[in-house]
Design a protein around this ligand. Structure first.
Ligand SMILES: *Cc1c(COP(=O)(O)O)cnc(C)c1O
Length: 429
């Protein structure tokens, strides 16, 4: 009999009956029984986040120079979406207490997704480490100089490699190429064509793989690790990605203050985060926990076909199990969330401070994409809608969910118009 991490499927199902629903691709809401237990992730502190924030600050003159359409700050707006709130209430016969806000990472400069936080941070950290280490840069310099030919030539002696289902590749590929690195992005052959095209246009090398993507990524990684000049960005295991994402929490705090939104015992903050491998939502949840303590609630959202973080957390097996072990196919239109095996680095660190994980159907992602455009004129990619159903789940719980709700919209700006239009049409009733 096939064993999954040392147990039969039947035994797993007996211990965790929710698996029956997950295997049948039913939408579920899992409440985390470990929430509030003595915290994990003690190796990381607010100081780590501040260090990452300071790094972004040092690079502002550089970003401003190479991407003149930005002011150098990699940040996105926080917008109230009152019309969408009405629309959700109508569609799902629910009453959402409190304000509904959208954190628009689809508007993040250059990469157009949440990956501009983690991906950019790891790339700038690597570039900075190299330049400091070779004594061609000091932390007091105006980092605008990194756009000079001399630095591009310096970085061209080094390579960066990453495996990605899409957006991570875009953010790392675009910025690395701009800095002058040789950058290779390994993608599965079913990755969105426009993402591959855009990367090649920006100067990255795209390697497409048929079949098992994680095997291909492992091969790329060992190739890279054989060379001193090659740097592999490990989506499943990266503190630098995690910290880049966590900076969002400090920024969100500032934006809430500007909107005069109080976060306290009576007015908690509830945040809904689309989850793939876990770094994005995990880093943000970690940061929010540091900033707001027990006054913040975080939910992760995964496609019904890729509930890898949910299974990893629920069974406490993290990266020792993947959804395919349970016969779940990991096929979803939400390519940003199509991850079969979760990050252990993240799972262990978020275990005691996220409130739960829910799953969502692809069809509902399209429906929400459609509704959001009709209500607010905002265009997102399917992955980015996974958070949107969260306030409805919470509204239907006994406590009713007072306070402020922030749905994290994680990507969309770079989606070509015809691709977006087709998605919009799929969400028509
Ligand atoms: C990557 C991604 C996520 C989730 O981030 P992970 O770090 O993989 O969990 C969510 N939405 C979009 C659009 C993404 O590209």
């Amino acid at each position: 009999m096939m064993q999954i991490a040392g147990k039969s499927l039947e035994l797993w199902k007996t211990e965790y009956p929710l698996l029956n629903d997950l295997i049948q691709y039913n939408e579920v809401l899992w409440s985390n029984p470990s929430k509030g237990l003595s915290p994990s992730g003690l190796d990381l502190t607010l100081e780590d986040i501040k260090e990452a924030e300071a790094r972004f600050k040092r690079f502002e003159p550089y970003f401003k120079k190479i991407f003149p359409e930005t002011d150098g700050v990699i940040e996105s707006p926080l917008s109230e979406i009152g019309e969408m709130k009405k629309s959700l209430e109508q569609e799902y016969s629910a009453t959402i207490n409190g304000d509904l806000l959208l954190k628009q990472d689809d508007r993040l400069p250059i990469a157009g997704s949440i990956k501009a936080r983690g991906g950019f941070h790891e790339v700038i950290k690597h570039a900075e480490d190299l330049a400091l280490g070779h004594n061609i840069l000091s932390k007091d310099d105006d980092y605008g100089i990194l756009a000079d030919k001399k630095y591009k030539e310096f970085f061209s002696a080094f390579s960066i490699m990453v495996g990605s289902t899409g957006n991570l590749g875009l953010s790392i590929g675009i910025l690395s190429a701009k800095l002058g690195f040789n950058v290779t992005v390994h993608m599965s052959s079913d990755a969105k064509q426009w993402k591959k095209d855009l990367l090649r246009e920006k100067g990255a090398t795209v390697v497409e793989h048929q079949g098992d993507f994680s095997v291909a990524v492992d091969a790329g990684r060992s190739q890279c690790e054989e060379k001193l000049t090659c740097y592999y960005i490990d989506d499943e295991n990266s503190k630098d990605l995690f910290m880049g994402y966590a900076v969002a929490a400090l920024r969100l705090k500032k934006q809430l203050d500007e909107l005069n939104v109080q976060v306290n015992e009576e007015n908690p903050l509830t945040v809904y985060l689309p989850c793939g491998v876990g770094g994005g939502p995990g880093g943000i949840a970690f940061g929010l926990n540091q900033v707001f303590g027990h006054n913040v609630h975080c939910y992760f959202a995964e496609p019904t076909h890729s509930p890898s973080m949910l299974i990893g957390l629920m069974t406490d097996q993290h990266d020792k199990v993947c959804v395919q072990d349970f016969g779940i196919d990991n096929l979803t239109a939400a390519d940003g969330l199509a991850v079969g095996r979760p990050s252990k680095y993240v799972g262990q660190r978020v275990k005691t401070y996220i409130d739960g994980v829910y799953t969502i159907d692809d069809e509902r992602l399209y429906r929400l994409l459609h509704l959001l455009y009709d209500a607010e004129g905002i265009k997102l990619e399917p992955s980015a809608l996974a958070g949107m159903i969260g306030p409805v789940h919470v509204a239907k719980q006994a406590e009713g969910g007072s306070g402020t709700h922030v749905v994290w919209a994680t990507g969309g700006r770079l989606v070509p118009e015809d691709v977006w239009k087709a998605d919009y049409e799929k969400g028509k009733l």
